[in-house]
Write a protein that binds this ligand. Sequence first.
Ligand code: UTP
Length: 476
Amino acid sequence: MPQAPDHATLLAQVTAVGQQHVFAFYHQLNTPQQAELDRQVAALDWTLVAELIRTVVLHPQPFKLPDHIEPAPYFLHTPRDATMREKYRLARTRGEELLRKNKIAAFVVAGGQGSRLGWNGPKGTFPATAVKNKPLFQCFAEYLRAMELRFKAVIPFYIMTSTANHRATVDFWAKSNFFGLPSDQIMFFPQGMLPAVSLDGKVLLETPGTLALSPNGHGGSLLALHKSGALADMQRRGITHISYFQVDNPIVRCVDPLFIGLHDMEQADMSSKILPKLSSQEKLGNMCLVDGKMTVIEYSDFPDTLAEQRTADGALRFRAGSIALHAIRCEFVQRLNARGFALPYHRAEKKVPCVDIVTGKIWKPEKSNAIKMETFVFDALPLADRSMVYETDRLDEFAPIKNAEGVDSIASSRQITTLRNSRWLEAAGVKVPRQPDGAPDCTIEIAASFALYPEDIKARRVHLPTIKHGDQVYLE
Ligand code: UTP
């Protein structure tokens, strides 16, 4: 272990980049507080921080729309003809084989701050399911356990946290007995942090003895996989592909044999699932080809002149919306890190409570006072030699929980889940009571142990319930 630099060295480092005010209150701190501030300062790469302050905070380049943007080609959810049906059959078989050979790892990025949801704790601990209120983490654990049993596979599970929620996340899993997963199959690791910076380029203090730090974006996962040793651990276990997903979707297919199989057959470095957008303004990143390279252009950067374009049959021309589900080849992550991690940093203006350096008092701003700097995982797509895109079914696996209420909230997520489960049960011949407007008049939760796919329900004919108006149904 290299020795941590002493305080004088750290002071020299921050002074060299004009950020010595981070130690403005050092002499008022007690010894453990001083040690903590030294630790936080030592953990940052100040050359990078100074570079980002220059390029992202003080002299940001306005987003420049590339000249050559085409819609990304993708594999349709429902194969159009016999050739494609056969291709999908082979892909599913390939994905299942990879699972049986223990080649696939699951990877959830759970380092975000979840500020929109406003939940006091790691987002993965949020009670998400419609009947049993199972936390998001439990949904993933149960899904993976069911897949392991089905394919007699071992699926190591990597959970990225941040230094802000790492302890609470690990404690939660330990307290829950890892939801039945073998604990030696789960690896937790924190992602990198970066300081929030004032609009005039000064690193902010959250308190006199702590920096205002936030996680460096989900793109930081590709760096953290390498730095934490998770990638090396995957290598030891013989893993070749990573199934990447976000923490906020209780019905996500944490590992999907068809998707992984297609990704492998197409020899892709990094693949993505998309949904056809519901409207030109739906807030999903746009999956495009830019100069032939797979690229996500954020909805906020996508001009209406493109968003509104239609094909001859009236459909949106740019309809592929990214839902942040990826299959990633381990070898690609290795390559990205070997050549020097180089995802671009984006700036986000935020309200960040911080210490007033003159008075030492904490100041709660009413408007944006700070810039946070983040990398995005989809910015790795253009760096891939090959990339595959697959259209999934919205109802089958997209019920995100982002906000406390309204769109993408716990209420909408539960509604979508019940709708999905109604569709699955009805396809197996179960009568689901409906309200006059067609919405299910009941709440239905299906555990992964009961069904992973709608076909699993048909196979269970004898155990299917009778559902009455207003029922709360839980199937496991
Ligand atoms: P979001 O974009 O929803 O951000 O993250 P967030 O921080 O969770 O929530 P808000 O914006 O503050 O409300 C999408 C996914 O990426 C992860 C999140 O945990 C979530 O799974 N993420 C995001 C990270 O792991 N690290 C980050 O730095 C940012």
